[in-house]
Design a protein around this ligand. Structure first.
Ligand code: NI
Length: 135
């Protein structure tokens, strides 16, 4: 094992409570081990996903009352129209929306699209389910 580095992370109370429940359920000895595991999973996912053409879905939930958020989400989807096949929108409640974006294209482009979406205030969660698309 290489040198160990420490870093601080700030989280909302609800999120850390849920994370601690996850740590207990999975029998991790501590938060650090659980975070290491999450980081490894993400890096592995990125590694295989950046190899070529992928197809799948980008799924997000957001608060549509956040200022300018809907326009930003529309703009970014137009920027990535080459890899977006279709979008499904579900109104979850008065504030929240679920959007499922079907994608097919270069894995790096789709990662960039998801990264932009994640960066907007009001976006609660973004996840991707991608498969190799052949070729
Ligand atoms: Ni909606």
């Amino acid at each position: 094992m290489g040198a160990l580095y420490r870093f601080g992370v700030s989280l909302e109370k609800e999120l850390i409570d849920e994370f601690d429940a996850h740590v207990r359920e999975r029998n991790y000895p501590n938060r650090s081990e659980a975070i290491r595991d999450l980081i490894r999973q993400e890096l592995t996912k990125r590694e295989w996903a950046t190899g070529g053409v992928v197809a799948g879905a980008v799924v997000m939930t957001y608060d549509h009352h956040k200022r300018e958020l809907v326009n930003k989400l529309l703009d970014v989807q137009h920027d990535y129209q080459d890899c977006i096949i279709s979008t499904q929108h579900v109104h979850l409640d008065h504030h929240h929306c679920l959007e499922i974006i079907a994608v097919r294209g270069n894995a790096r482009d789709i990662e960039r699209l998801a990264g932009s979406i994640k960066s907007y205030m009001g976006v609660k969660q973004v996840s991707m389910s991608l498969s190799m698309a052949g070729e």
